[in-house]
Design a protein around this ligand. Structure first.
Ligand SMILES: C[S@@+](CC[C@H](N)C(=O)[O-])C[C@H]1O[C@@H](n2cnc3c(N)ncnc32)[C@H](O)[C@@H]1O
Length: 413
C-alpha cells in the first residue's frame, strides 16, 4: 500500500554536490539532503545508533553524525569502507595524517611487492610508487591484515592516494558506464603521484570534518550485510540502499581504486562473487524456487524460469535466486539488529527481466512481512535514466518500461 508522506525528496545525488559529497561520485549514492531529511524525520533521540548495512560512499553515516547521532557503516567493498571512513575522520586526525603525508609520499615498493593489478593502469615505476605509499600508510597506522578496523587517519590518507591516482589515470568508458578499462597512452610519473597525493590530503583536510565526539563513537566496518557484526536489538534507524537487480558490478566499477588499496587479482575475484547483485553465480547453484518465499516473488521467478529466451532458465533464474537469497538474509539481519521501536528505510529501484517488471520495493516488502516486520512503501519516484536503458540489447523493451525508485519503511511493530 502506498502512503503519501512529507518525505518526498529524491534520493539521487545532486548534479551540484558540495563538501565531502564532491570527493567521489559513487554510483547510486544518495544525496546528503535526502539522507539528512530521512534521519531528521525519524525523530530519534540525540546519540541514537544509525546503521547503513550497504554504506557505499558513507552518505547515511555523515548525515547521521551531522544530525547528532552515532553511525555504523558496513560494506563488503574495502574501497567503500575507506571512502566512508575518510569522510568520518575528525579534524585532529586529518591534520595528524597530513603531517605524515609528505614523508610517506616518497616511498617506493620493494621489488617483491605484488603490483600486477596496478600495472594494468600505469607504468611499472608509477605502480611501485603507489604500492610503496599504500604500504607505508598501512604500516604507519598498523592496519590489521583483515581490514576490519581501519583507523580514520589511515582511511583519510588511503582515500587521498586513491583520489590522486584515479584523477591521473585515463579510463576508457565502455557500453555500461559503470565499467571502465585502462585507457591508452598512459604516462604518469612517480612525481605526479606523490605531489597529487599530498595536495589532495592537504586540500581535503578541512572539508566538512564531522563532530569529533560523535565520529569517535562511529565506525565503518568491512563486513557482510548478510551477517552483521552488530548486537541484536541495538540499532534505532537503518537507512540504506542495497545493490539493485540492474547488473551494476560494484567490484568492477572500483577496480582501479581496489588496486591502489593493494587488492590483488585473487582478492578482486573473491570480492566480485561475494557482493550482492553480482553477475557471477556462486556455488552451490540452485534452480529451485523456495516454497516458503512470498507468492509474488515466486510468480516473478517462475516467469523468468518459463521465459522462452536463451539462458532464462539457466543463468538468469540462478542469478535472481542468488540475489533474493542475499536479500532474504540481509532483511533477517535488519530485523535482528533493530530495537523494538526501530525502523529501517530502504531505497529500492525497480528493474526488468525482458518484459517482466521486478518491483524490488514490493518484493522486499513481501519478504519482510513474512519475517513478521511491518512494511510500507512511503513513496515512489519515476527514474528517467537507468543503466539498462544504456545497454543496446535491452533497448527493444524500452517503450513499454517505466522505472521507479521507492522508499520502503520496515518496522518491528
Ligand atoms: C547502492 S550502493 C550504496 C550507496 C550508498 N547509499 C551511498 O550513498 O553511497 C550498494 C553498496 O552495497 C555494497 N554491498 C554489496 N553487497 C554487500 C554485502 N553483502 N554486504 C555489505 N555491502 C554490500 C556495495 O559494495 C555498494 O557499496
Amino acid at each position: 500500500m502506498t502512503e503519501a508522506l512529507p518525505l518526498v525528496l529524491n534520493p539521487k545525488r545532486l548534479a551540484r554536490d558540495e563538501g565531502v559529497d564532491t570527493w567521489y561520485p559513487y554510483y547510486a549514492g544518495f544525496s546528503s539532503r535526502f539522507a539528512s531529511a530521512a534521519i531528521a524525520e525519524a525523530e530519534l533521540r540525540p546519540g541514537s545508533l544509525v546503521l547503513d548495512p550497504w554504506a557505499g560512499s558513507g552518505t547515511t553515516l555523515c548525515a547521521a553524525v551531522e544530525e547528532g547521532h552515532r553511525a555504523v557503516g558496513i560494506d563488503l567493498n574495502p574501497f567503500a569502507v575507506v571512502l566512508s571512513a575518510a569522510k568520518l575522520c575528525p579534524a585532529p586526525e586529518r591534520l595528524k595524517a597530513v603531517e605524515v603525508a609528505r614523508p610517506l609520499a616518497r616511498r617506493i615498493a620493494t621489488s617483491s611487492a605484488p603490483i600486477d593489478e596496478l600495472e594494468q593502469w600505469m607504468p611499472t615505476s608509477a605502480a611501485r610508487r603507489v604500492e610503496g605509499i599504500a604500504t607505508a600508510i598501512r604500516r604507519e597506522f598498523d592496519i590489521p591484515a583483515d581490514w576490519t578496523a581501519i583507523p580514520p587517519g589511515a582511511a583519510f590518507l588511503l582515500f587521498a592516494l586513491v583520489r590522486a591516482v584515479s584523477d591521473l589515470v585515463p579510463r576508457t568508458r565502455v557500453s555500461n558506464p559503470t565499467w571502465s578499462r585502462p585507457g591508452a597512452n598512459i604516462n604518469i610519473s612517480t612525481r605526479d603521484i606523490s605531489r597529487d597525493f599530498v595536495r589532495i590530503a592537504e586540500q581535503y583536510a578541512s572539508v566538512n570534518p564531522p563532530r569529533k565526539d560523535l565520529a569517535d563513537k562511529s565506525r565503518v566496518v568491512l563486513a557482510d550485510a548478510r551477517s552483521l557484526p552488530i548486537a541484536s536489538r541495538s540499532v534505532h534507524l537503518i537507512l540504506g540502499s542495497p545493490p539493485y537487480c540492474t547488473r551494476i558490478d560494484y567490484a568492477v566499477t572500483t577496480r582501479l581504486e581496489l588496486a591502489v588499496l593493494g587488492c590483488d587479482a585473487g582478492a578482486f575475484a573473491t570480492l566480485r562473487r561475494a557482493l550482492m547483485g553480482t553477475t557471477a553465480i556462486r556455488s552451490p547453484r540452485t534452480d529451485e524456487i523456495p516454497e516458503h518465499w512470498p507468492r509474488r516473488l515466486r510468480r516473478v521467478l517462475a516467469s523468468v524460469r518459463d521465459h522462452p529466451s536463451h539462458r532464462s532458465k539457466g543463468y538468469y533464474l540462478r542469478n535472481l535466486l542468488q540475489y533474493f537469497n542475499d536479500a532474504d538474509e540481509s532483511l533477517a539481519e535488519i530485523r535482528r539488529t533493530l530495537t523494538a521501536r526501530g525502523q529501517a528505510l530502504l531505497v529500492l529501484q525497480s528493474s526488468y527481466y525482458k518484459e517482466h517488471e521486478l518491483d524490488l520495493a514490493a518484493l522486499f516488502a513481501d519478504i519482510a512481512r513474512e519475517m513478521g516486520l511491518s512494511a510500507e512503501i512511503m513513496f515512489r519516484m519515476p527514474v528517467r535514466r537507468v543503466m539498462t536503458s544504456l545497454n543496446s540489447k535491452s533497448r527493444r523493451y524500452l517503450d513499454t518500461r517505466s522505472y521507479t525508485e521507492s522508499l520502503l519503511r520496515l518496522r518491528r511493530h
